[in-house]
Structure formats: structure tokens, C-alpha cells
Design a protein around this ligand. Structure first.
Ligand code: RIB
Length: 310
């Protein structure tokens, strides 16, 4: 099973021709849309659709947004009994999507700020499960649950998004660190890494993280680069005409976790994740656009498998 410790939001999606500049008001090109989102919940849906059993641990508010978040997970056969109730409102994200499919978001974390590591029971931190985390709930709690997972030999994945200050100690409990290119530069800065090439950043991070760690940096339409055991790999992705890139990083993380837990080696899991992330850009929304395993398998042969650089 995949245990997702993370955020749940409702996203209000505003389709616009171009993003407003400071002080500018722009009208939407069509009606706004309201979708379940949040990095944790998005990753949970991606993992479930990629074939894994999934449970989510987090916090919602006592409001209609929170009930929608839970119902949406339950409708995808995801365990939601680990989601607690906060006195704050359910998290909310306003997402503007421009005519090229690029997105910009403002997130009000609300109840997500009350998620705590002790909501994850020891009973689920076992070696055959995978703990999947992000940083949209308090990073201190995420690092705490990662440390407990390490003590119980549960494999761990951290999507270090949104970027936050990280220490070497924080990295030590992560088996697979996943970041996008922008976050990779921010993370490099906080860790005192001076490299600017993503391949060299990934290598420097794994050297800090300890012998078991792999670092994967996603590069949007260029695919991703990954480093493990001092070897560097390039991972291609599917070329698509993106409609909305919201949640593409979450698709990558959820699919990667699912395929790993179901027995793929990490390179094959990345192959599937890269293709699935591209497919998730073909429709508006985050969770709605997550691909199913059949869709990924119908396209994965079109993309070269991960290749080790000499
Ligand atoms: O990664 C995309 C997600 O980030 C959105 O669904 C939004 O809720 C924000 O949390």
C-alpha cells in the first residue's frame, strides 16, 4: 500500500488568455472550474489509477470543500479514514491557466497546516508499504514521519514541493527525492550547492543524502534526470499538446510510487511516471486528468526507456 501523508485542497481554476501583471485585472476566457486538488490528494489519485492501493493521511476543514475532497478519494477506492478534521477551513488553491497550458497558483493551506505526523500509525509503517510525502503540510511534521518510516524500514519518497529550507538531516531519511527544475535550484541554494546543471545538482544532493538516496529532477517536456549510486540517467517523456499542466508533477510522483510498490525497478517506474505525467496534461484539472494504467501502458512503448549516461 502507498501511504500518502499530505495536503488536500479544492482548486478554483481560472482559464485566462494571459496572466495578470501586478495591478492588472483580466477576465477568464470561460467559466471558472472547481476541482479537488492538493498535492497529497493528487498524488494519491495518480497512484490509485496506476494500480496501487492507497491511503491518505491529512486534515480537512468541517465544510463542503472538505467533504468533497473525501468523497472524491473514496470514489477512487482510496482509504480516507486517516484524514482528520481541523477547525480551519479546507485548503484552497486558485489556479490560473493561460492559453499555453501553463499555470500559476495561490494556495491558502488552511486545515493542511494542522496535519501532524502522529496521525500516521506505526502499524502502516512497514517495509512492504511506501510512504509518499510532499511539503504542502508542515515540513516539520513531514520530516518527523519520514524519520519514523526510516526506523521501520519503510521506503520513502519526498516530493520537495513547495520548496522549503532543507537540511542534510532532513535528506537522510529520504530514499527517492523528486523535485522540478525550479525547486531543484531553490533546494540547491538552501543546501549550499553551487552547481546549476540539473544533473550535477542531482548528483550533489545524492552525495549529501546518503548511500540509498536517488534524486530525480523533472524537466517538464524535456523529461527528467536522475542520479543514484553516482550514476546519472536521462528519462524521456511523451510529447503532448498540453491543455493544463496542473498536477503533472503530482502525477509523476504518484505513478512512480505505485509502480515501485507493485514491483517495478526504479528506472521502469520512472519510465511509466514520465509518460503518465505527460498524459495528465491533456485535460483541465488535477485529479480528473490523472491517467489510468491502461492509458500509460498504451503509450509507454513510444518513449525510450531511461538511459544511463556514460
Ligand atoms: O501540484 C498541484 C496542486 O498544488 C494543485 O492541485 C493545488 O491544489 C496545489 O496544492
Amino acid at each position: 500500500m502507498i501511504i500518502v501523508f499530505g495536503s488536500l485542497n479544492i482548486n478554483t481554476v481560472m482559464p485566462v488568455e494571459h496572466f495578470p501583471k501586478p495591478g492588472e485585472t483580466v477576465a477568464c476566457t470561460s467559466d471558472y472550474l472547481s476541482h479537488p486538488g492538493g498535492k497529497g490528494a493528487n498524488q494519491a489519485v495518480a497512484a490509485a489509477r496506476a494500480g496501487a492501493k492507497v491511503a491518505v493521511v491529512g486534515k480537512i476543514g468541517d465544510d463542503s470543500f472538505g467533504r468533497r475532497c473525501i468523497n472524491n478519494l473514496k470514489n477512487q477506492s482510496i482509504w480516507a479514514s486517516g484524514i482528520g478534521m481541523s477547525e480551519r477551513p479546507t485548503g484552497h488553491s486558485t489556479v490560473a491557466v493561460d492559453s499555453s497550458g501553463t499555470n500559476m497558483s495561490i494556495v491558502a493551506p488552511g486545515a493542511n497546516n494542522d496535519a501532524t505526523a502522529d496521525q500516521v500509525p506505526d502499524e502502516v509503517l512497514i517495509p512492504r508499504n511506501i510512504l509518499l510525502t510532499q511539503l504542502e503540510v508542515p515540513p516539520k511534521e513531514t520530516f518527523m514521519v519520514l524519520s519514523r518510516a526510516r526506523n521501520h524500514q519503510t521506503p520513502t519518497i519526498l516530493d520537495a514541493s513547495p520548496a522549503t529550507k532543507m537540511t542534510r538531516e532532513g535528506l537522510a531519511n529520504v530514499d527517492y527525492l523528486i523535485v522540478n527544475e525550479v525547486e531543484a535550484h531553490q533546494l540547491a541554494h538552501t543546501l549550499g550547492i553551487t552547481e546549476t546543471d540539473p544533473r550535477l545538482i542531482a548528483k550533489a544532493i545524492t552525495r549529501m543524502g546518503g548511500p540509498r538516496m536517488a534524486c530525480i529532477i523533472t524537466l517538464e517536456s524535456k523529461g527528467s534526470v536522475a542520479v543514484k549510486d553516482d550514476a546519472t540517467y536521462v528519462v524521456r517523456t511523451l510529447k503532448v499538446d498540453a491543455v493544463d499542466t496542473t498536477g503533472a508533477g503530482d502525477a509523476f510522483c504518484g505513478i512512480f510510487a505505485a509502480r515501485l510498490q507493485l514491483g517495478h525497478d526504479w528506472l521502469k517506474a520512472m519510465h511509466y511516471a514520465g509518460v503518465g505525467a505527460a498524459l495528465s496534461c491533456l485535460a483541465l484539472g488535477a485529479q480528473e486528468s490523472m491517467p489510468f494504467l491502461d492509458d500509460i501502458e498504451a503509450h509507454v512503448h513510444k518513449v525510450e526507456p531511461p538511459r544511463k549516461l556514460a
